[in-house]
Design a protein around this ligand. Structure first.
Ligand SMILES: Cc1ncc(COP(=O)(O)O)c(C=O)c1O
Length: 384
């Protein structure tokens, strides 16, 4: 057997902090390494495998499309794309009416920044401390963490950061040059910080008053993760633009920027070779169909509640707080999360960090109650 770890260490640029495991197979909420060891996946490729690993409907759709038409330039119409767009807008917030299709989350954010600037003729943006929006230059400029930004500066000018869930500070930062406000409804990477409804309603009003585009980033929260198809449904507001990606296509790389009628863009001013390609669209249609057919948002809500109840019943001396919305779980620890993540891995559980002290759990929404029970038992042992 080849030494996969050594090959990756030799040939791939070393940008990712890695766990000591080579994953080779996945099914539903389980994954396997190259030694045949089985794991319960509470990471889902960072909220990508919402419909489970190798979901049968998604596998079938990709296989069928791969034998029909893999690529199609965006200058031609395409059946898979038409069907996908109709499906996407059958579940999207009703005020969002058109999409720009991308291959990733950061590209969707990038498009939102460009469209906010071109539509408002203004250049400034406000985003939140601890917010994460991606790694390309525009998205990185809206991303807070200094370690992600420092060696790449200067970034795009005009971006500023305000404390999350603090309307006064945000209102103070907004001026007549502000083109857009970019926010997550639940900060994922920043520590599973849940946005307050009243805060977002005030932000919406401010945007209306000042002609600012409200850009809601649902890249991590979208597609049933928080207990509704999109988290925005729980906030009683409308976004001018909304970014989605990650779980949109069952694990196939895809993203989208959903726009309200306010957003207009001239032909030829933006584009992508692969964005909305037939394979991604076929996977996306199958994935959204599966979510609808299985009411996946309801499963997320019920399983998140169940998990919190079960875990909270244990004595967890390492834990400060458990924050849960749907199946988006943040366990705030009293100390660093890294040793806990390593111990969980040894015991057959994949988990994620969010900042230095938060353990982030984003299981496939299809996870069985049996696997949740097993995961809780291991977590209780490790966090005791
Ligand atoms: C909220 C949010 N926005 C943007 C991104 C960037 O998405 P991608 O990694 O697909 O570029 C992420 C990825 O983790 C995210 O969680």
């Amino acid at each position: 057997m080849k030494d996969y770890k050594a090959l990756i260490q030799q040939y791939e640029l070393d940008v990712y902090p890695r766990r000591d495991v080579v994953l080779v197979k996945g099914k539903d909420s389980r994954v396997w390494d190259d030694q045949g060891k089985e794991y319960i996946d509470l990471a889902s490729g960072i909220s990508v495998a919402n419909v489970g690993h190798c979901n049968e409907k998604v596998v079938e759709a990709i296989s069928k499309q791969a034998g029909t038409l893999i690529t199609c330039a965006n200058t031609f119409y395409n059946d898979a794309k038409a069907i996908f767009l109709e499906k996407l807008f059958s579940v999207a917030p009703k005020n969002l009416t058109r999409a720009f299709l991308t291959n990733s989350g950061t590209e969707a954010v990038e498009a939102a920044i460009k469209f906010a600037r071109s539509n408002t003729k203004k250049t400034k943006f406000i985003s939140a401390m601890k917010g994460f929006h991606g790694r390309t230059y525009g998205a990185l400029s809206a991303t807070y963490k200094k370690e992600y930004r420092d060696i790449f500066e200067p970034l795009v000018p005009g971006f500023s950061f305000v404390p999350y869930n603090n309307f006064e500070k945000l209102a103070e930062a907004a001026d007549d040059q502000t083109a857009g406000i970019i926010l997550e409804l639940v900060q994922g990477e920043g520590g599973i910080n849940i946005g307050q409804k009243e805060y977002f309603q005030q932000v919406r009003e401010l945007c209306n008053e000042k002609g600012i585009m409200l850009i809601i980033d649902e890249i991590q929260t979208g597609f049933c993760r928080t207990g509704t198809m999109f988290a925005i449904e729980q906030y009683g507001i409308e976004a001018d633009m909304m970014t989605v990606a990650k779980s949109i296509a069952g694990g196939f790389p895809m993203g989208a920027l959903l726009c309200s009628d306010k957003i207009q863009i001239e032909k030829g001013k933006h584009g992508s070779t692969f964005g909305g390609n037939p394979l991604a669209c076929a996977a996306g249609t199958a994935s959204i169909d599966y979510m609808i057919d299985n009411k996946l948002w309801k499963q997320a809500e019920a399983k998140g509640k169940y998990f919190k109840e079960k875990l909270s019943a244990h004595q967890l001396s390492k834990v400060r707080e458990i924050r849960v919305i749907g199946l988006m779980i943040g366990i705030e620890l009293k100390d660093k999360s890294q040793p806990v993540i390593v111990e969980l891995l040894e015991k057959g559980i994949l988990s994620l960090p969010a900042g230095t002290t938060v353990l982030r759990l984003l299981p496939p929404l299809t996870i069985s109650y049996e696997d949740l029970d097993k995961a809780v038992a291991v977590l209780a042992e490790v966090l005791a």
